[in-house]
Design a protein around this ligand. Structure first.
Ligand SMILES: Cc1cc2nc3c(=O)[nH]c(=O)nc-3n(C[C@H](O)[C@H](O)[C@H](O)COP(=O)(O)O)c2cc1C
Ligand code: SF4
Length: 479
């Protein structure tokens, strides 16, 4: 598959023409306006945020074994602070319970968590202070998670599942005798969400994200059509009951703490590496029953079709619950990573993009656009911008000016170039050598048991012994 990455285009006009030639349904502004859409203040939960950038949650597989941050974790949060982004979405996934950690080094609720979380906030605030930014114009959340089917607290998978799932279990077999969590066990996990929210509030966080994305427990619960009992059923409201219970319990325990939700708004199809071409190929959905297994409706004939019916209903219900912040993501790192993180280069366990990554960026932008216009009570953060490289700011300005997103979420770009929003808002030119080129080393490293970071472009990670190991892994793959 040949495609031209955005950095290939020398002007915004040429990039816009390229988007049009691909028949994509998004555009980009020709010029950036100082003090324009991206610098517009916005009211969220009684605070006036001073710009439209959001730091997406990104964990570094670099906590201590008992769930506390390390120097590397603190460095990342410090850099998030230096970004100047007015919304910090969670920083990274924080497991509410040991058995829900996605890896042994994920941050996790433990007896020392209040101090840990306060130190992360301190690092973030220091970063802002260094750039002369006040602490008023920023809203900071903590992303609460239980990894459910993809839990690996000690290394190997130790799944806690909401329901049986033929396709996923073909790919990620369950240990013998794994049974779906009972309603009582889920209630116990729900209590841990509330305990974590209390700690986050005491540490000084403004909001918590009750994470429902990327295949983890609360996302899986939204798909539990065939689950008996209180937390499953045909109706979305039945499948939302566990999520809703957690939200209400946090609201009761922490009335002044705001709540956000990050949702994989559509599952879309599963992919695998075609052994002949190395490219991503659609996995046959044999045995898959969308009416039983999917959160959003997947049309079997074309599993790439975006259908946001349930995502719209989900967010409308969230608005009724008093949730005013949504973060839209798509798919999962476990079945369609090319969609979840559009990239030119796959991670070591991935595949070459099955199509021009700009098409997957377009799907992200479309999802947020449709939800933002369908549920205006919620302020939405969009995903999928990093791949746009030089033209990220022009596209971001285009989207915010049209009301297609309230905030532009940045993931990998903030690992390689954390100060991009700060530079942009100050009217400085972008530092091209720091732009993330989606090499995927920040994913390849943890897939091979290392900490995550931008090994190609961040000098701090470049100097680590892990950088050499990564090169060797990539050379081995290329042979
Ligand atoms: C190293 C790494 C860690 C991530 N960790 C999380 C996480 O903890 N929680 C989450 O919701 N998403 C996580 N993501 C996904 C990002 O938040 C984001 O959705 C994704 O990278 C796509 O945005 P981008 O194109 O701007 O990078 C992670 C991504 C990367 C690259
Ligand atoms: S390793 Fe760096 S350049 Fe590569 S995808 Fe991650 S942030 Fe981008």
């Amino acid at each position: 598959m040949r495609f031209s990455p955005p950095g290939h285009f020398k002007s915004s006009e040429a990039f816009a023409a390229h988007l049009a030639s691909l028949d994509l349904d998004f555009g980009c502004d020709q010029a950036l306006t100082m003090g324009g859409a991206l610098a517009q203040p916005i009211q969220v939960h009684g605070k006036t945020l001073d710009n439209r950038f959001c730091a997406h949650p990104m964990e570094g597989w670099d906590g201590t074994g008992d769930g506390a941050p390390s120097e590397l974790t603190l460095r990342r949060w410090h850099r998030f602070g230096k970004s100047g982004a007015a919304l910090i979405w969670g920083g990274e996934a924080f497991a509410v319970r040991e058995d829900g950690k996605a890896n042994p080094r994920q941050l996790c609720l433990h007896t020392g968590s209040e101090g840990d979380l306060a130190s992360l906030l301190g690092a973030l605030r220091d970063g802002r202070r260094e750039h002369g930014l006040t602490q008023d114009g920023v809203l900071v959340g903590l992303q609460l998670t239980h990894s459910g089917r993809f839990s690996r607290p000690h290394g190997p998978f130790a799944p806690r599942i909401g329901q049986r799932h033929a396709i996923l279990e073909g790919r990620y077999p369950l240990p013998e005798n794994t049974e779906p969590l009972t309603d009582g066990e889920l209630d116990g996990i729900g209590e841990c969400y509330v305990a974590a929210a209390r700690v986050a509030q005491r540490a000084g966080f403004d909001f918590v994200d009750v994470k429902a994305c990327h295949g983890y427990l609360l996302h899986e619960m939204l798909a539990c059509r065939s689950r008996p009992g209180s937390y499953g059923g045909e109706l979305l409201l039945d499948r939302m009951r566990f999520f809703e219970r957690i939200v209400r319990a946090i609201q009761a325990a922490c009335p002044t703490l705001a709540i956000g939700v990050r949702l994989s708004a559509a599952d879309l199809g599963a992919f695998h590496k075609d052994p002949t071409t190395g490219r991503g190929a659609r996995t046959e959905l044999e045995g898959f029953d969308a009416a039983r297994h999917a959160f959003n409706w997947i049309n079997d004939a074309n599993a790439q079709q975006l259908d946001l019916l349930e995502a719209t209903q989900f967010f409308a219900r969230c608005a009724d619950l008093g949730i005013a912040l949504g973060n839209v993501t798509l798919g999962s790192p476990y079945w369609n990573p090319h969609l979840q993180r559009p990239a030119a280069y796959p991670p070591s366990d991935g595949y070459q993009p099955p199509d021009d990554p700009l098409r997957f960026v377009a799907t992200h932008l479309r999802a947020t656009r449709q939800l933002a216009h369908a549920v205006p009570q919620i302020q939405f953060v969009g995903t999928g911008y990093t791949y746009l490289q030089e033209w990220l700011p022009h596209t971001a300005q285009w989207a915010v000016a049209r009301g297609d997103a309230a905030f532009i979420g940045l993931g990998r770009m903030l690992l390689s170039y954390p100060e991009l929003p700060h530079d942009l808002l100050a009217g400085r030119p972008l530092q091209a050598k720091l732009l993330c080129r989606t090499f995927s080393d920040c994913t390849t490293a943890p897939r091979n048991g290392m900490v995550s970071g931008c090994f190609p472009l961040d000098p701090y990670y470049k100097a680590m012994p892990e950088a050499e190991r990564l090169k060797a892994i990539k050379q081995g793959l290329a042979r």
